[in-house]
Design a protein around this ligand. Sequence first.
Ligand code: HAM
Length: 451
Amino acid sequence: MDFQTVKGTHDIINKEARYYQSIESLFISVAEIYGYNEFRTPILEYSELFKRDAKDSSDMVRKQMYTFLDLGGRSLTLRPEGTASVARSIVNNKLYAENDFPIKAYYLGPIFRYERPKAGTYRQFIQFGVENIGIDSIYADVETIIMSYRSLKMLGFENLKLKINTLGDQASRDNYKAALIKFFTPFIDKMCSDCKERLKLNPLRILDCKVPEDREIISKAPRMSEYLSKEAKDRFINTKKLLDEVGIPYEVDEGIVRGLDYYSHIVYEFEYVSKSGLNVGALGGGGHYDNLLSEVGGPKLAGVGFAFGIERIYSLLKEDNLLPKLNDGFDFMVMPIGETAINRAFIVADYLRMLGYKAEAIIEKKSFKAMFHKAERKDARYAIMIGEEELKNNEVIIKDIKTQEQTKVKNTDLRDYCDNLFDDHECHCGCNDDDHECCEDEGGCCKHGKK
Ligand code: HAM
């Protein structure tokens, strides 16, 4: 039998996994600067957490959930998003009881949606997201926009487009929905079957329809901005003013309604088209919500957040040659010359790793040429060679792969010698500190501080 990955899923392995790690660690470090803490919630949740309302109109809840009965007959769902899980966790753990707001959560992990796979769209994909819960303020809203925008810029996205819209408060939305029902009813027989259903469930969803003939009708539909209450309008004006003040460029797009039902007020999405024209859909999106916490059994607390799709971000960085240079080469490749030296090579590599160096021993019989070929492939900086003579004299030969210079070193001097080799304080910790002062202190973050 030929085992394949499940449709819409994919392996992320080797170098690709390292790139994913580097993208994810940038998001995590930015989130930590903004005071967010990690929430690791289960991937499996009771289905009702996502299907809170029988009248939910989102495609995600109606058509895309991986829902099944477990052996005990309980309906479980593989999480189709992280926001509801964070809200549930806050309520279950009574985090609101301390009255210390905002509660700031970030999460990273797999998300499952039964969608038609295409470029940038998977059935299992990774999201990094944040939720800022407990303070109903444009400052909380804008903080999440700043944070998401800056994170994407730090990754190297230049012509990033931030699209924003407001869905107003409940009263604004009720008025707008009534206006949409009135507008679409005469056309609905000509529109797609999804739109017919959307008209009944939530006419706002029609604005998201991608069918070209429907789009023509939609382009003439009333606009949300005409139905905003005074408060909702002022809130949006103040949000835009604050974005201007902090220098975040945006475009107002009244077509951004977002695919989930819980939003109110600001909603936003990030778009990026590669230099060659590749568009894999939104890199991320989010917005404000008023009722989610109470819908999952908690107090009425507002929240705001966003989530990025890591696959989409990776594919566009790759497409535009923006992936960071990985610092993943070996410090040492330990090469036994002849089978009898394999044991010593193994022990030397273990010793070097204990000192904090990235080292690999070749543990099978290989020709000299093949060993150097491997060292090159693994981007090793130094080769450590051990032959009959070195075994006898308790020493090794250290060869600089770039300069080809080589030296004999006694085993007892190996540690000092290696420390001197790296005494140019080349930084391995990513601190980007030119003086590498972090290495000077005992216990500093570079490997040579870790004596
Ligand atoms: P979302 O817009 O459904 O929002 O998903 C966020 C991001 O996840 C998308 O912009 C996209 O990059 C990625 N994504 C979505 N579906 C797929 C897929 N099938 N394959 C690959 N990537 C995908 C949410 O999930 C909200 N929970 C965000 C949020 C947080 N709102 C408030 N707080």
